[in-house]
Design a protein around this ligand. Sequence first.
Ligand SMILES: *Cc1c(COP(=O)(O)O)cnc(C)c1O
Length: 607
Amino acid sequence: MQNYGIHIWSDDNYIIDNDKLKINYKSSPAIFEIVKEIRNGGLNGPLILRFPHLIEKQIDALYHHFTRAYDELDYQGKFQAVFPLKVNQYPYFIKALLQKGLPYHYGLEAGSKAELLIAMTYGNKNAPILVNGFKDRELITMGFLSAKMGQDITLTIEGIHELESIIEVAKIQQTMIPKIGLRIKIHSAGIGLWAKSGGVNSKFGLTSTELMEAMSLMKKHNLLEHFTMIHFHIGSQMTSIAPLKKALKEAGNVYSDLIKLGAHHLESINLGGGLAIEYAQNSKQVHYSMQEYTNDVVFVLQSIAKAKNVKEPNIIVESGRFIAAPHAMLVAPVFELFSEEYDEKALQLKEHNPPLIDELKALFLDINKDNAREFLHDSFDHLHSLFTLFDLGYVDLIDRSNSEILVNLIMKKSIILLKDENLDTLLQMQEHIQEKYLVNFSLFQSMADFWGLKQHFPVMPLSKLDEKPIHSAILWDITCDSDGEISFDTNEPLYLHSVDVAKEEYFLGFFLIGAYQEVLGMKHNLFMHPTEATIEITEDDYSVKNIIKSASIIDILDDLDYDINEIQNILSKHIKSSAFIHESEQEEILHKITELLHENGYLNTID
Ligand SMILES: *Cc1c(COP(=O)(O)O)cnc(C)c1O
């Protein structure tokens, strides 16, 4: 994996040029340089970088492929995309999305009151607002108010009682009635980690019987003219297209039959999300292309409309992951490499060592290219024996420390000796000689889906790319939780470089984190949303905009409802009453603590 699989996951968004990873767009700046510039302002901890050009690219791709498929098949419906806010509600993402989506009247989908408020406030003019999810009277009333404000809003019904609420609210707010959508329960389920959204047992949607009931309720209350859309969503990150095709057939037939039953204003099918992102670094996991996806969708819906002799439906998509994932990356500084603790200088060999230790020493001195593998294995055997001897009381703590150091030195030497060997040899050694990299970020905050679902995100260093990386790595985050670790299959290791982080900075980039991760992020150990910045790239330069610093310790505690004045008063009392602090120092110590309270909670690697 010498290029860290960028030919698989990066969609040509990044290139390796000499030693650096660069953004493959216009002036192609090196990410390393951008990061240095931002951190020169004194910002420590991890960074989220947003790239608006990658939002634009995804939006354009979606429209390009649907438009092409429409043209090829002479499809009669319209195409419309909306962004589901739950995927990323952060303002500098949403504002960039809406701006890039302006030419397409790109819409928003909301699943809660707070999201609806974002949509009503920031949504593009003449762009649709769709409301999914469970709704109470209040939320439905908000929908009516939005319609009164002249917005193109559709309330999608997830259950019959919601329709009953709409009927109630419509009696009071008669003037402007929002459009109504019905979410249908799809019989065929999705696949992959997020498949639960589809299928008969899915949380959402109406069964055929409920659809009929909804039809007669709408008829009875004169709402049928507002019923314009049916909706389904088979789950996120569908890695193959077959389940979608099945669902489309179901939805296409429901659409046609509802029209025949009198839904004369029904004109759109909303396919929800599901369009996948390739996260893999070793071999592809998404088994279809955009071309295939769009051709299949348009073809299936056209065939059914033709066969049933109804008009071809407008197609609405709610792609979230596909639009948002590529736009953001996380940059995290490496804080420490763990084998560095084992330095030859730390050895405390005795005049008379246990024989196994003398043997380890001999292995270390005599190891060469030809015997490296054998010596390495011998040294592991010795180490295990020495541990047993320690437990039995035959060797002491100094011996034990010496044996750990010697084995580690043997490992390091063998890595260097074998670094030009073929991959198989190296792979065989993997599990013994993985190097632990302590990385200044929180997995729980920044990659919640890795913690929750073992979703892999591409990772690679931003510099030293002209140097052969020799350590097969395990990544540790800085939380005090043993789940805060990313390990790699020993058949598909992540190789990182040997660096002395006291002398040079070494950053890891985690990619495709723009969908779901930010808002799912947890405050475990009180590590908060990292500092973020928007990077705009021009023909000959780039600019860093919209820097939002990670929350300070004061804000974190305030957020947990601690009383900040109380904290400061108590600390001040501790300082004043301490027997170890002279009166003349009190002011300075208090000042230092206050300063610290205004920093963020991540490790400080900037001196
Ligand atoms: C979450 C969700 C989406 C977005 O799905 P992606 O797979 O991220 O595109 C779309 N529609 C609905 C109803 C959703 O719940």
